[in-house]
Ligand binder design. Structure first.
Ligand SMILES: *Cc1c(COP(=O)(O)O)cnc(C)c1O
Ligand code: SF4
Length: 336
């Protein structure tokens, strides 16, 4: 295809990967050799307000024929999502109140979180942003300009966190424009990306992205999200190696999820696999109490017990900080 400028305009591979993603549970179950009748709790209507989306690179890491696969459990819509559940709401972490410009969240000193896009490469059923009003929070270029102006006006902000959705679903042009605009704000020192893309859409870590991160004057950090060691297959490992070569500091955050990673051995295997990829475990979050995710919750007592077991077995740098997000606190709240 020829663009108007005459420059050859190619659709990047990761865009094509997204187009090829599974968008129906039945397709994914067929691919895994699972009979939908063997999974009576799968509910297509649960996906009505939060559609099903699973890229093939992530599906390729699932075990065929296993209805309890920990990667599959993260993405399958279940009937339980539709059951009313007291205490589980639309905005469990107070994002609405923390918004100080369109898409800009200020909760903690020194850092501002910018919702760069509402789009994700995968839809995780436990996600606390599953009901977030993205269309209102990310209203295109004007909204971004207002958010950038708010950051520029506050010299106490040293770090901007690009989040979402997934900020790496921005295309190269928009991402570069955004990073360039942030670089021009003199008081910014660090640029952090919160993204699942290196794990679930590894082709997103391409040459242009690595060059952008390698050449920015801001110190780059990428916080990935992997919840189980099986997510770190060959393609994800290559993506992480490329980011490391670009000089990016890599960290991981996980959510403690029933049936996915709520076992000592699984948490240990995850930390060890992350370290092999040059990624340090950062946070292990207790589930945010969002409507539709109650079946993933692990109670606090059990979470503390699991972490104590991990701590007794691993060096300190491989033990994630167990935290919960509480509205109105100056940081994530550590769980003793
Ligand atoms: C979690 C979060 C951060 C980042 O907190 P760190 O402890 O620095 O990782 C920043 N801003 C908002 C709004 C957050 O929710
Ligand atoms: S990638 Fe992140 S923001 Fe998107 S659905 Fe998953 S947990 Fe939520």
């Amino acid at each position: 295809m020829l663009a108007r400028s005459g420059v050859v305009c190619q659709i990047p591979q990761w865009r094509r990967d997204l187009v090829g993603a599974f968008t129906r549970p039945s397709e994914l179950l067929g691919y895994l050799g699972l009979d939908p009748a063997a999974l009576p709790t799968v509910a297509n209507d649960a996906a009505a307000d939060f559609p099903f989306l699973v890229p093939r690179a992530f599906a390729a890491q699932m075990r065929r024929g296993d209805p309890d696969d920990p990667l599959l459990s993260q993405v399958l819509p279940r009937r339980e999502e539709l059951a009313p559940c007291p205490g589980f709401g639309e905005d469990p972490v107070g994002d609405g109140a923390a918004q100080c410009a369109p898409g800009l969240l200020r909760k903690y000193p020194g850092r501002a979180l910018l919702i760069a896009t509402g789009a994700c490469a995968i839809h995780c059923r436990y996600c606390f942003r599953r009901h977030y009003p993205y269309p209102r929070a990310t209203a295109g270029r004007d909204a971004t300009a207002a958010a950038l102006a708010a950051i520029a006006a506050d010299p106490s902000i040293e770090e901007v966190i690009l989040s979402g959705g997934d900020p790496l679903l921005l295309d190269e042009r928009r991402l570069t424009r955004l990073v360039n605009a942030l670089e021009a704000i003199p008081h910014l020192r660090r640029l952090r990306l919160h993204t699942r893309a290196p794990v679930v859409l590894p082709n997103r870590v391409d040459g242009p992205l690595c060059r952008l991160l390698a050449t920015t004057r801001l110190r780059p950090l990428v916080v990935i999200q992997a919840n189980h060691a099986h997510e770190l297959g060959e393609a994800a490992r290559a993506a992480l190696a490329a980011l490391r070569e670009a000089g990016v500091q890599l960290l991981n955050q996980s959510v403690l999820l029933r049936g996915v990673n709520d076992e000592t051995e699984r948490l240990i295997a995850l930390s060890e696999a992350l370290f092999e990829c040059g990624v340090l475990p950062y946070y292990l979050h207790l589930l945010d109490r969002v409507r539709g995710a109650a079946h993933f919750e692990v109670d606090t007592g059990r979470a503390g017990h699991l972490l104590a077991e991990v701590r007794a077995r691993l060096p300190g740098y491989l033990v994630p900080r167990l935290v919960r997000e509480e509205v109105g606190r100056p940081s994530k709240t550590p769980i003793a």
